[in-house]
Design a protein around this ligand. Structure first.
Ligand code: RFL
Ligand code: PHB
Length: 391
């Protein structure tokens, strides 16, 4: 098989890249190791920055998002049994975010690609990236029991944190920056209307909790738990009781319980691989960087990367200049590190290390008090949460 851009992975990064290239008249082939149902049902991100919704709309993938997505103009911070609302449009000159799940973004992009894009092969596992240092990189892959090779002008590794493409960068040419955290998130989906109309980020002595949502009748809730927790060790009653404790306020707020339909635990990690390119292999999304989900940035960063690549390749085609392709890694990394900073700040602001340190507790409360009383501090959060502009 021969194509201009070989894309490994059909998560949000790979699917959107295929769409952007199609719109620019550049052909691609997408290889995805899992089946379509798996990709469409994997519960993950929920928050789209305004820049992300703009890109999806411009790519022709915004119709259902505009109908079903929920515009959110703020979040609530809960701490010391109090609430503080951060008003995004007032602090950022009108910016907001949209609640529209990653599962839905993927469904919309898959439907578009199947209707009018290039090949999108499910259950097609890339085995390696070869000859990335030449102008004919190759991706051997296995599909329907047969081995084949995809020969490309460029390969974009959109295969997530555990994919194969990052491994094709020779040791010694790249550098990894990493932090792991001693906790993870127990995430649940519940068939109950969200108890608040905006997201609630709660800091509590027993640990962090987050209310998000998937629709006006489905809540998405998270609890900080020790890193190696087995989700099955938490009964539904224990989950609701813990949510009640961590979200408790001094006013008459009440939590309504409902059936829990899904439970899983995600470990938390910060990770950046520099540079995001080796020869004709470009890394995008989680393949190149991971943020802890507290800042809701992972999917939005993936979108920024593939927009940068698609523009750079279109520029190359139009002008013959490789200038933007050569700048790809540096351009993406500026935005990536801002998201790393913000996600790390939000994580350390709201989570409690196991065992806890009383000094850290007081610092967290002081940081939260500062956010609740200083427009400057709040503006920094609102600008970062609603998203940094694409370059
Ligand atoms: P993905 O989504 O992991 O997709 C990678 C795809 O590559 C496939 N693959 C391969 N295919 C072929 N051959 C191989 N050898 C392959 N190896 C792997 C995989 O099957 C998969 O389909 O990476 P991508 O596209 O870079 O997208 C990144 C996002 O998924 C991720 O950053 C976000 O989900 C992170 N995230 C959030 N991001 C946000 O922007 N806002 C949020 O609110 C948000 N909340 C979250 C999150 C992630 C979470 N978890 C579970 C990690 C909440 C959670 C709980
Ligand atoms: C989600 O809806 O899954 C979600 C929202 C905000 C976050 C993380 C996850 O910070």
């Amino acid at each position: 098989m021969r194509t201009t851009v070989g894309i490994i992975g059909a998560g949000p990064a790979g699917l959107l890249l295929a769409r952007l290239l199609h719109v620019a008249g550049i052909d691609s082939v997408v290889l995805e190791s899992r089946d379509r149902a798996y990709v469409e049902q994997r519960q993950r991100a929920g928050i789209l920055e305004q820049g992300t919704t703009d890109v999806l709309r411009a790519a022709g993938a915004g119709e259902r998002m505009d109908r079903e997505g929920l515009r959110h103009d703020g979040i609530e911070l809960r701490f010391a049994r109090r609430r503080h609302r951060v008003d995004f449009p007032a602090l950022t000159g009108g910016r907001s975010v949209t609640v529209y799940a990653q599962t839905e973004v993927c469904k919309d992009l898959i439907a578009l690609q199947s209707k009018e894009g290039g090949p999108l092969l499910f259950e097609a596992e890339a085995l390696a990236v070869e000859d990335a240092g030449t102008d004919r990189p190759r991706v051997p892959f296995r599909h329907e029991g047969r081995e084949d090779v995809l020969v490309c002008d460029y390969v974009v590794g959109c295969d997530g944190f555990r994919g194969v493409s990052r491994r094709a960068v020779p040791a010694g040419t790249g550098r990894v920056f990493e932090r792991t955290y001693p906790f993870g998130w127990l995430g649940v989906l519940a068939d109950v209307p969200p108890f608040h109309d905006e997201l609630v980020y709660a800091r509590h002595d027993r640990g962090f909790a987050l209310l998000s949502m998937r629709s006006p009748v489905v809540s998405r809730l998270y609890l900080q738990v020790p890193r190696d927790t087995d989700a099955r060790s938490w009964s539904d009653d224990e989950i609701w009781a813990e949510l009640e404790r961590r979200f408790a306020t001094d006013d008459d707020w009440r939590l309504e319980r409902g059936p829990i339909t899904q439970k899983s635990v995600t470990p938390m990690r910060s990770f950046v691989h520099e540079p995001m390119r080796h020869g004709r292999l470009f890394l995008a999304g989680d393949a190149a960087h991971i943020v802890p989900p507290t800042g809701a940035k992972g999917l939005n960063l993936a979108v920024g990367d593939v927009v940068t690549f698609a523009r750079a390749l279109a520029h190359r085609r139009l002008t013959g200049s490789a200038e933007l392709l050569d700048a790809y890694s540096a351009t993406c990394l500026r935005r990536v590190w801002q998201a790393e900073r913000f996600s790390h700040d939000m994580t350390t602001l709201l989570h409690r290390a196991p065992g806890g340190d009383p000094f850290d507790d007081r610092l967290q409360l002081a940081r939260l008090e500062r956010l609740a009383s200083s427009r400057a501090a709040e503006t920094d959060l609102a600008e970062a949460y609603t998203g940094f502009a694409f370059e």
